[in-house]
Design a binder for this molecule. Structure first.
Ligand SMILES: [Zn+2]
Length: 111
C-alpha cells in the first residue's frame, strides 16, 4: 500500500482506502471511473484501428480503380464469359470453372 495525496483536501491518505478519512473524498469511485475510462480508451483504440484498416482498404481499392482501371476489352471479354460460359476453347467444364477460366484468359489475352 502506498501513501497518496487526497485530491480534495491534499492530505496524505492510503491509496487502498475507499474514502479519504479527512474529507470523505470518494477514492473508490475515482478508481472505478479511471478503470472504466481506461477500458473505454482501449476499446476505442481497437475500434479506430479496425476503422482505419477498413478505410485504408477502401482507399487502396479506389486508387487502384482510378489508376489501374480494367481495360474495356477485358471487361467486355468477361461479360461474354458471364453470358456464355460454355463458349469454348478450353474443353468442357462446369459453368463455374468455365467462367473462371474464361475470365482468366481475358486478363491474359489483353495484358
Ligand atoms: Zn481528503
Amino acid at each position: 500500500m502506498a501513501i497518496i495525496k487526497c485530491q480534495e483536501c491534499g492530505r496524505e491518505i492510503s491509496d487502498t482506502a475507499d474514502f479519504c478519512p479527512h474529507c470523505g473524498w470518494n477514492l473508490k469511485q475515482k478508481r472505478k471511473e479511471r478503470a472504466q475510462k481506461q477500458a473505454q480508451k482501449e476499446l476505442d483504440g481497437c475500434l479506430s484501428l479496425v476503422v482505419k484498416c477498413a478505410l485504408g482498404l477502401i482507399i487502396v481499392g479506389v486508387i487502384s480503380l482510378i489508376f489501374f482501371p480494367e481495360k474495356p476489352e477485358v471487361k467486355k471479354c468477361k461479360e461474354e464469359c458471364n453470358e456464355n460460359p460454355y463458349y469454348d476453347q478450353f474443353g468442357w467444364y462446369t459453368a463455374g470453372e468455365k467462367r473462371n477460366k474464361c475470365m482468366k484468359s481475358c486478363e491474359i489475352r489483353y495484358k
